[in-house]
Ligand binder design. Sequence first.
Ligand SMILES: [Zn+2]
Length: 182
Amino acid sequence: MKKINDYIEYIEPSQVPLSAAVYLIKGEQNTYVYDVGRAVESAEILSGIDKKVIILSHYHGDHVENIDKLDYKQLYVGDLCADTIGKGRIVPDVLKLNDGVELIIRHCPSVHVGGSLILTVNQEYCLLGDVHLHRATFDSATAWQMLAVLKRVKCKYFLVSHGDRLIIPKEELIRQLEEEYQ
Ligand SMILES: [Zn+2]
């Protein structure tokens, strides 16, 4: 596990098996987990943590496959993810949770896949999952809707789920995506 600050840690992503980063946010009562990954190691670490509230970014296996191996207090998902994994509470447009940390879960249009959830923590970090990772073809209207949401999110840094660089300043990623979509 790697530490970002006093309240956010993460399990690193892997390529083989393809497994997304798993983020853990320490609240006063609960530990909030954003994505559970596919790697066996991620499941083992998560199994050792009590009082988990799990949020799944989207339904792809590299983000959700460990879910059947885990106990949790609550599981928040988007609609497509609920259909795929057959469980979870579907998040309304925006869901705010306060537990010593301020968490905001919201739906975000995505060039990656529909039904994606992003998570803002203490107006400092916003966890994106794969919302910004576009396929070979993508709908440019969706791309601009997504950018509009990402611009409005209050945070300094985006945290992404794959690659060597997981922490990206908000302005930098927005600029990069605007260039890609032009
Ligand atoms: Zn992924």
